[in-house]
Write a protein that binds this ligand. Structure first.
Ligand code: SAH
Ligand code: SF4
Length: 365
């Protein structure tokens, strides 16, 4: 039973219909909603300020709004689409992983990482993922559904509150949680615009990174957007024979097509694209593969982030030895391709995204 107004988003099929929440609505839609309850336009501006600047938890926190109006708008609009299911700390509290429950009972993961010079939030854009990369916990069960922009925003607002509770502010945002942003492109772009909007979160686009497994039409669409966000592409292999086995969409957009789309993106936007490479022992980590990768990327001015593989329950892949990881990176740099090894935070709390959700579902009734 629900008393919510049917403001529908993503009506792809009846079973996939979701009710929009406060964070899904534009400033104009908020104004229309408040007017419908007798609120004047300036009340909408107040509500926006409470939501986006003071990070209100609910309508009841919006103290400058008349109580009757707060009660009225709460009857047919949900404020926050997510509720915290559990949180887990690692790295002496410098990494916090949150597990949220959506209103239709799905689990969503978000990670907050504190560094001396920055605070980064890693956001999910889908429940599950349809791409199904061979090594990824998120892709194991396929796609459950897309998240709405409001569900992505809710993750950032909670992370922001948690940062402020430690006298810090969020500085960076990566879309490297569950899901493929370019298979939920409209909601992802709506989300990024709300982040970017100075009347909303005012988050600089250059501090936002979207990571894709290589959905070429998405890369082309992002190139046509005026947003200055960073793009990272999960390559994981320098040739089609190997990439086909790791990233199934490679059969649709093979390495040469992907690289051509990246070249066009960099030419059009003037921004560099970074490469992600999950390093797996005996799979994509030997010297010959490193040399092939260097040859593919040489002269393209792209930075490679080597992510030593995070073990996933039930999957056979392993992380290489530290010396082998360093050698792989050295081969790239020796060939003139800049590379950095990036160890994931919070391994003991199931850092590989999608794992926490899988484990939680396995142990919860
Ligand atoms: N779907 C997007 C973004 C989310 S995944 C993408 O694939 O790019 C963020 C990064 O983590 C991707 O590069 C992904 O391939 C990588 N990744 C997924 N599972 C991993 C694991 N178990 N160990 C290391 N990296 C992993
Ligand atoms: Fe999806 Fe990215 Fe995982 Fe591949 S690595 S299954 S694209 S979330």
């Amino acid at each position: 039973m629900t008393t919510q107004t049917d403001i529908l988003v993503q009506p792809r099929s009846p079973s996939r219909r979701l009710l929009a929440t406060y964070y899904d609505l534009s400033a104009d839609e908020i104004e229309t909603h408040l007017r419908a309850h007798g609120g004047q336009p300036f009340r909408a501006r107040q509500a926006e300020e409470w939501a986006w600047k003071h990070l209100a938890r609910d309508f009841s926190d919006m103290r400058t709004l008349p109580a009757a109006l707060r009660d009225a708008i709460a009857t047919d609009l949900t404020f926050d689409p997510l509720t915290l299911e559990r949180d887990f700390e690692a790295d002496q509290g410098d990494t916090v992983k949150m597990l949220y429950r959506t209103r239709d009972g799905q689990l969503v993961e978000t990670v907050l990482m504190f560094y001396p010079d920055r605070v980064t939030v890693c956001v999910s854009c889908q429940v599950g993922c349809a791409v199904g990369c061979a090594f990824c916990a998120t892709g194991l069960g396929g796609l459950e559904r897309n998240l709405t922009a409001g569900e992505m925003i809710s993750q950032v607002i909670d992370a922001s509150r948690r940062a402020r509770a430690r006298d810090r502010e969020l500085t960076n945002l990566v879309m490297m949680g569950m899901g493929e942003p370019f298979q939920n492109l409209n909601e992802t772009l709506k989300f990024v615009r709300s982040l970017n909007d100075p009347n909303r979160l005012g988050f600089g686009a250059r501090r936002i990174t979207i990571s894709t497994s290589g959905i070429v039409p998405g890369i082309e669409k992002l190139a046509a957007e005026p947003l200055q966000v960073n793009l990272a592409v999960s390559l994981h292999a320098p040739n089609n024979a190997l990439r086909d086995t790791l990233v199934p969409i490679n059969k649709r957009w093979p390495v040469e097509t992907l690289m051509a789309a990246i070249d066009a993106y960099m030419k059009k936007t003037g921004r560099r694209v970074s490469i992600e490479y999950a390093l797996m022992k005996g799979i994509n980590s030997n010297d010959a593969t490193a040399i092939e990768l260097a040859q593919l990327l040489k002269g393209r001015h792209m930075h490679v982030n080597i992510i030593p593989f995070n073990p996933v329950d039930l999957l056979p892949f392993e992380r290489p030895q530290p010396a082998d990881i360093d050698r792989f990176a050295a081969i790239l740099t020796d060939h003139g391709v800049p590379a950095t090894v990036r160890y994931s935070r919070g391994l003991e709390i199931a850092a590989a995204c999608g794992q926490l959700r899988a484990r939680h579902e396995a142990i919860s009734p």
